[in-house]
Design a protein around this ligand. Structure first.
Ligand code: NAD
Length: 553
């Protein structure tokens, strides 16, 4: 059934369900499908290829109707986007339990998934699409910003990148967050992009400041802006492999080098050098084999330039696009000499239980978010990167759907913050309850050996007991809704992950749940990394008094 939609979650403090938890689940499901938020709401697709919020329109209608009827001691069971049952549970239990896209390991591949999807037995839930806590582009922007900040701390011992410059590639869907994120971190960022129209688009969206056509212009601007310590973003039209080589020849060594071109796909993504964009697109149609080979050869040269920048002193890292693997396939034996961004910068944050924590205002009023921003800045004033992020986000992030904020808080901070917000709901400072949630790409909730758990110190990359235990403990603690998914981010067979969302409605019961769930959830991140032997996690567990019966060291 094709169903043209214009869904918008209700705003304000009037309930259409029997409690705020059910109301929150209903509003966040609708919010995921708001045309301002979702990529393709007519197909129920929220983001990430085919990541959906509900299995089909009939299921969507039933989800909404069931949430409206759901009592405060009942739980709705959702199997791959379809409500299949309601059971009596109790007030402290989650109101919704969700399992999306899970397949028995021996069957866990796209072919089998598509067979089932074809028969309408399953849907792909991605991470936050099927668990109703996606908040639009803000998420990728902050993650990218944080990666730059952490790279800065590692290289220069400071989160303030003024006077430093970053060289990277790609200004597309996700990679288009780079110019703004680099500028937010205070740096001058030069983004090489082969498609002029992509740069123009980012300039129109306010994500990029300058467009230049030649390496001469780029060098002049980079030198001028870094000397003035002026944060700025520059898009340079060109192919990364060629431009990087020219910069090397001219002795222009950046402080940071990375790349986010679509190198994960050598046929429909990455553009080979030695030809114009139009010629490349033509070759892709007429001789796909040659195209693929040329694209991989270009990736090899691209990685060689990155290795040379690294040798010359630039902090160099892979940004999750698999470019090292293709370069290695093409004979660059030392392609993996520079690390991926998770082991390099993000894992230490995971060790402290930090990850993409977020909240949304059910009132729909941006003022509610501004008040929580002010609280976060007051409570975590010593965290420069966090304060800087909130200031910049207020200026630069456009609201999409219900006003929301992403902010990487860790173990110990999430529950303290949420308790204060719960009080603000109780005393009427905020107009309606706040929903707290997170991406599944969190510190203790995902097993994904090619990304989030790449190269774990103890070799436990593929152990997915952890995300399953995460979901179980959050259910036991009484999260508002809990989800277990498979295949998010990297596809079928490659990941398992879990989500939880918790509603702060100003009640004592909400405070009790916050005190359980927002401790156990990031706590599982600390525990997972301490168990793997990471020093920071062991220290965090000990300092914060997490009870780990077999913790050594
Ligand atoms: P996209 O296809 O929308 O954008 C990629 C851009 O790269 C395009 O604009 C394209 O014109 C440009 N490009 C391709 N080859 C080029 C070349 N040789 N030189 C210069 N420009 C070139 O893709 P996207 O959504 O921006 O994602 C980009 C990559 O980043 C993907 O591989 C994705 O998997 C990865 N990614 C990683 C993370 C992460 O974990 N950090 C997050 C998001 C995306």
């Amino acid at each position: 059934m094709v169903y043209k939609t214009n869904i918008r979650a209700p705003r304000g403090s009037e309930l259409s369900c029997k409690g705020w938890t059910q109301e929150a689940a209903m509003r966040m499901l609708m919010n995921n499908l708001d045309p301002e938020v979702a990529e393709n709401p007519d197909e129920l697709v929220v983001y990430g290829g085919i990541g959906k919020a509900a299995r089909d329109w009939e299921s969507y209608e039933k989800l909404i109707a069931t949430l409206k009827e759901l009592e405060n001691d009942e739980t709705m069971i959702v199997q791959s986007g379809k409500p299949v049952a309601v059971f009596r549970t109790h007030e402290n239990a989650p109101r919704v339990l969700i399992a999306n896209s899970n397949l028995v390991p021996g069957w866990a591949n796209w072919d089998h998934f598509y067979e089932l999807e074809e028969r309408n037995l399953m849907m792909y839930g991605q991470m936050t699409a099927g668990s109703w806590i996606y908040i639009g582009a803000q998420g990728i922007l902050q993650g990218t910003y944080l990666s730059f900040v952490e790279a800065g701390k590692k290289k220069f011992g400071t989160a303030d990148l003024r006077g430093k410059w970053i060289l990277t590639g790609g200004m597309g869907g996700m990679s288009g967050a780079q110019p703004l994120a680099g500028k937010m971190a205070g740096a001058v960022i030069l983004v090489v992009e082969v498609d002029r129209a992509r740069i123009e688009r980012k300039i129109n969206e306010g994500y990029c400041d300058y467009l230049v056509e030649t390496v001469d212009e780029a060098i002049e601007l980079v030198n001028k802006l870094t000397a003035a310590k002026e944060p700025a973003s520059i898009g340079l039209v060109g192919n990364c492999a060629d431009i990087n080589r020219e910069l090397l020849n001219r002795g222009m060594i950046p402080d940071f080098v990375t790349d986010q071109t679509s190198a994960h796909d050598p046929i429909n993504g990455y553009i080979p050098n030695g030809m114009t964009l139009e010629e490349a697109l033509q070759l892709r149609k007429t001789d796909v084999k040659t195209y693929e080979r040329r694209a991989k050869e270009t990736m090899a040269e691209h990685v060689r330039t990155m290795l040379e920048f690294q040798q010359a002193g630039a902090e160099t890292f892979d940004y999750g696009n698999n470019i090292r693997a293709y370069a290695k396939e093409m004979g660059v034996e030392n392609a993996f000499d520079f690390p991926g961004f998770v082991p390099a910068y993000i894992r230490p944050l995971f060790c402290e239980g930090k990850g993409p924590f977020r909240w949304a205002a059910l009132s729909g009023d941006p003022e509610d978010i501004y008040k929580t921003d002010a609280l976060a800045k007051e409570m975590f004033a010593e965290d420069t990167a966090l304060v800087n992020w909130i200031d910049m986000a207020q200026k630069m992030v456009k609201w999409q759907g219900l006003p929301a904020r992403i902010c990487w808080l860790g173990y110990g901070d999430r529950h303290r913050f949420a308790l204060r917000v719960n009080e603000m709901v109780a005393n009427g400072e905020l107009k309606a309850p706040i929903v707290f949630g997170r991406d599944h790409l969190d510190s203790g909730s995902v097993a994904s050996p090619n990304r989030e758990t790449e190269g774990m110190q103890d070799g436990s990359d593929a152990v997915s007991d952890w995300p399953l235990l995460n979901a179980l403990v959050n259910t036991a603690g009484g999260a508002s809704w809990v989800s277990i998914h498979h295949g998010g981010g990297v596809g079928m067979g490659y990941s398992q992950h879990a989500g939880q969302v918790l509603v702060a409605d100003g009640t004592k019961l909400a405070a009790e749940k916050i005190n359980r769930v927002l401790i156990s959830d990031p706590g599982m991140g600390v525990v997972r990394h301490a168990d793997a032997g990471y020093d920071i996690a062991v220290r965090t567990a000990k300092e914060k008094g997490i009870n780990m019966p077999m913790l050594k060291g």
